[in-house]
Design a binder for this molecule. Structure first.
Ligand SMILES: Cc1cc2nc3c(=O)[nH]c(=O)nc-3n(C[C@H](O)[C@H](O)[C@H](O)COP(=O)(O)O)c2cc1C
Length: 366
């Protein structure tokens, strides 16, 4: 925002004295306020072209806000205002729900990681729809990440995702089926081939009826066996969804010990990176350009962004790095990406793997 980069270090010291969830609430207030004064970032221009077209959506550069930060679409303008090229809101469920009891969010600063077991706390699909309707001009794509209510039995999960499409499909530039949160009991079972085929087919059919052409993504876990990733890719291609987001948080605790690491929930940030990258690579090898792949998990630097693009992703989403690096992160990544490309003698990002087959740009943004 208006703070020079180093000053975020001081702000962060203050924020980190608060509980992680309290700090998040304060951060969201600041982002809401920022969005009302600066709903569109003036990023450094000139140099290599960082724009990306994926699944027919155009992004000014490849850094997008991951789901879960703005669960209720309360600060969308603020996230564009700090430079994100796209904003994914949610996970949203059909009915409002409180999520798990606090404490449910934990920092591991030495590891540059977080553990969360939020449990889809959100105001529900209708409240989000009202906020998205009230949004002004969108500087980039706004995606809606859909989930199921905790008290909906797993056998009826499809109904919740379809309800999400009905309420929000026409307001989203893209939709994401979240079948990979570790914090909703049984949810990850929906990634198995049979239930997944039924889920994706039903949701895709509804999307085509409600908002034809809106790209549909599936967000997958980093804890899948390689063969399970293959099976998911095969189902995704067969049903004809636009792509996969690789990945959500992990139930693993790679290289971590101590009481905080023992907290239940999903781990995000630096220690997730190898697992998320491995999953992305496996998906890319199987998909062979037939799906758009978006990377998520442990992206902190421009080199991380380029590594994910070279592994087959069209763009990256991040959450934890924004907590640790602050509001200047996206601006810094954009500058560093340009510098990296210039040093390599490139005038654009390496060719985005999933973009080729996805047609002309489409977006409600402009
Ligand atoms: C506190 C917290 C809440 C999250 N909530 C969601 C969510 O509601 N839906 C979702 O798909 N992913 C959620 N995520 C996962 C992130 O979108 C992202 O995929 C993951 O954290 C890995 O990226 P990162 O290492 O950049 O954080 C959440 C992550 C965190 C840390």
């Amino acid at each position: 925002m208006v703070l020079p980069g180093g000053v975020y270090g001081l702000v962060k010291r203050g924020l980190f004295l608060l509980s992680p969830e309290r700090a998040h609430v304060l951060g969201m207030s600041a982002l809401r306020a920022w969005g009302s004064v600066c709903p569109r970032a003036a990023l450094p221009s000139g140099g290599p072209d960082l724009s990306v077209t994926s699944a027919g959506l155009r992004f000014a550069h490849p850094v997008v806000l991951a789901a879960g930060f703005d669960k209720d679409a309360e600060a969308v303008a603020g996230f564009f205002g700090v430079g994100f090229a796209g904003v994914e809101v949610g996970t949203v469920t059909p009915r409002p729900q409180p999520g798990n009891p606090a404490p449910r969010l934990f920092r591991l600063p030495e590891a540059r990681a977080l553990i969360n077991r939020m449990g889809f706390n959100n105001h529900g699909a209708e409240a989000m729809a009202a906020r998205l309707r009230a949004l002004g001009r969108r500087p980039g794509p706004v995606g809606v990440n859909l989930g199921k209510n905790k008290d909906t039995p797993l056998e009826r999960a499809v109904e919740d995702y379809v309800a999400g499409v009905e309420t929000l499909g026409a307001l989203a530039d893209y939709l994401v089926i979240n079948a990979s949160s570790p914090n909703t009991p049984g949810l990850r079972q929906l990634q198995q081939a049979e239930p997944l085929r039924a889920l994706l087919s039903a949701v895709k059919t509804r999307v085509e009826a409600i908002s034809p052409g809106t790209p549909l993504f599936l967000k997958i876990a980093p804890d899948l066996a390689p063969e399970e990733v293959d099976a998911i890719v095969d189902v995704a291609v067969e049903v004809g969804i636009a792509g996969l987001i690789c990945t959500n948080t992990t139930l693993g605790r790679p290289g971590l010990t101590g009481p905080v690491a023992a907290e239940a929930g999903g781990l995000s940030g630096a220690p997730l990176a190898p697992l998320a990258l491995g999953t992305l690579r496996r998906a890319a090898a199987r998909a062979r350009g037939r799906l758009a792949l978006w990377a998520s998990g442990g992206v902190f630097t421009a080199d991380d962004v380029l590594e994910r693009i070279e592994a087959g992703a069209d763009l990256v989403q991040l959450y934890t790095a924004f907590v640790y690096e602050g509001p200047f992160l996206v601006r810094k990544l954009v500058s560093e990406l340009r510098a990296r490309l210039t040093a390599r003698g490139l005038d654009a990002l390496p060719r985005a793997h999933g973009a080729a087959a996805q047609g002309e740009p489409r977006s409600r943004s402009g």
